[in-house]
Write a protein that binds this ligand. Structure first.
Ligand code: PQ2
Ligand code: NAD
Length: 213
């Protein structure tokens, strides 16, 4: 039995050049997620799903309606392949590897430099479950279960924390305050949906911000 474990990262794809080869069922969701993440996406495929065509019409991705050809990976920073032709996936992965560009081939682990976890989102919170390639079905089931535990209060805490970290100078005092926001009373109140009471606690904490530094 394989003992390897995959290493999780969260990529910041804003403005990055990403190639997606294939534009069918699987590519559909990938394309949407990549565009949402701000990637400069180029899609290459002879058959194109209506959703990907719509994104192209809206100018959110570049569409090349033709088969993959050697050279397509050149200049790209990340590559996804989701075709129904194993030989094409192999050719794309080979070109990517020759150029040192990371590649994911849907459902073909041996061609993957990275795999995709099962992902769910609530605002800025991302729940991602990987089974290191052992059971994608289990990854999906666990992801659904974990995501159900993330409530609107958690999203508010994350957003509030993000807002505060932009405005308060970093340092021990800010760290204490932001930790308190999650672990203390304000966090509990927000998680229970008691926004007004939570805000009162946050305001009080903000008023005393800096007093102990
Ligand atoms: C999580 C998810 C993300 C995504 O694709 O977006 C994803 N597969 C999903 C679903 C899914 N895929 C498959 C089934 C059928 C049941 C089953 O096999 O369990 C289901 C379940 C379903 O469809 O319900 C078949 C399958 N998948 C792979 C193989 C090849 C092999 O195992 O050798 C085969 C057999 C093909 C065959 O038999 O021919 C391989 C991979 N699939 C991965 C990711 C990577 C490892 C993830 C991990 O570490 O857990 C990895 C290694 C490479 C990659 O694709 O990146 C997505 C969940 C979407 C969601 O959350 O809704
Ligand atoms: N991860 C998952 O959850 C999952 C589930 C089902 C299937 N799959 C696998 O994903 C792959 C794609 O499945 P699908 O349902 O999206 O297939 P699909 O038939 O809907 O789409 C295939 C796409 O590949 C394109 N293509 C074919 N030859 C090409 C070439 N030479 N150059 C560029 N593009 C080319 C087609 O134009 C089409 O857009 C299959 O290998 C399938 O086994 C993955």
């Amino acid at each position: 039995m394989s003992t390897h474990v995959d290493f999780p990262v969260c990529l910041r794809l804003q403005g990055k050049r990403v190639l997606l080869v294939g534009a069918g069922n699987i590519a559909d969701e990938r394309g949407q997620q990549l565009v949402d993440a701000g990637a400069r996406l180029r899609v290459v495929a002879p058959r194109v799903s209506p959703a990907l065509r719509r994104l192209a019409d809206e100018g959110r991705l570049e569409l090349l309606e033709r088969a993959y050809t050697l050279g397509d990976v050149h200049g790209q920073q990340l590559v996804f392949v989701a075709t129904d032709d194993r030989q094409v996936s192999e050719a794309v992965a080979e070109e990517a590897r020759a150029l040192g560009v990371w590649v994911n081939a849907a459902d073909i682990p041996e061609l993957c430099d990275f795999t995709l976890p099962s992902v769910g989102r609530r605002g800025p919170i991302v729940v991602a479950v990987s089974t290191s390639g052992q059971s994608p079905s289990l990854a999906r089931q666990l992801r659904r279960r974990f995501l159900a535990q993330v409530g609107p209060g958690h999203v508010q805490i994350a957003r509030l924390s993000g807002w505060l970290r932009k405005r308060l100078p970093c340092g021990a005092e800010r760290m204490r305050l932001l930790k308190q926001l999650v672990e203390g009373e304000a966090g509990e109140l927000l998680a229970r949906g008691q926004r007004k009471a939570a805000w009162a606690r946050v305001r009080a904490a903000l008023e005393s911000f800096g007093e102990t530094t």
